[in-house]
Design a protein around this ligand. Structure first.
Ligand SMILES: Nc1ncnc2c1ncn2[C@@H]1O[C@H](COP(=O)(O)OP(=O)(O)O)[C@@H](O)[C@H]1O
Ligand SMILES: [Mg+2]
Length: 177
């Protein structure tokens, strides 16, 4: 499903963040990247999701293949189209929009029926988010905004989720599920 081969990433042309990183991820598998601050975990997530240019970074060498296709220098929209969605750290939401509006934005490529079904699934999974679905996302608690940002990729039904950090802050009810 995802294959990273000998990846080399630099920022601003000179700051070497990754060198010779490889990993394979098959269908139904999970891989955890562990390492101290500055080890390069986020850089790998950004590289795979096509987000490096937003951070003044780029892939200097190596390859990313997604669903059997070369994806090394694709833009994030095309990468999402191949079935991968990255969940970024922090609160990657439109803070002036409500959770409902955020989900509509995330699911803009879905049919109205798919969007409705996706939204129902998300709100069934996160009842607390449902209660606050019409409030501005910027005012959500840390836990709710993590749920909400996690909910983003569940809406376009991706095949591969790629999280920058574990879903800390999720309610106990979510973990029990
Ligand atoms: N936008 C950036 N510009 C310059 N250097 C960066 C940038 N982002 C990360 N780095 C550097 O790349 C290296 C890896 O960082 P990062 O991928 O954020 O590590 P981690 O997520 O494991 O903490 C570090 O040396 C960090 O300082
Ligand atoms: Mg990081």
């Amino acid at each position: 499903m995802l294959s990273v081969e000998n990846l080399k990433v630099v920022y601003r042309g000179v700051i070497l963040a990754l060198d010779g990183v490889s990993l394979e991820l098959g269908d139904g598998e999970a891989v955890a990247l562990l390492g101290p601050n500055g080890a390069g975990k986020s850089s790998l997530v950004r590289a795979v999701a096509g987000l490096l240019p937003k951070f003044e970074g780029r892939v200097l060498d190596g390859h990313v293949r997604l669903m059997g296709q070369e994806a090394t220098h694709l833009d994030p929209v095309r990468i999402t189209g191949l079935g991968l969605t990255a969940v970024l750290e922090g609160r990657p939401l439109f803070r002036y929009l409500t959770p409902v509006e955020n989900l509509v934005a995330a699911g803009h490529r879905l049919s109205p029926q798919e969007l409705k079904a996706g939204m129902e699934e998300v709100f069934a999974r996160f009842p607390r988010l449902y209660e606050r679905r019409h409030e501005q996302a910027g005012y959500l608690s840390g836990g709710s905004s993590r749920c909400s940002s996690w909910a983003w990729p569940s809406s376009p039904a991706p095949r591969c989720w790629w999280w920058t950090s574990p879903p800390w802050g999720f309610p106990p009810s979510w973990w029990r599920r």
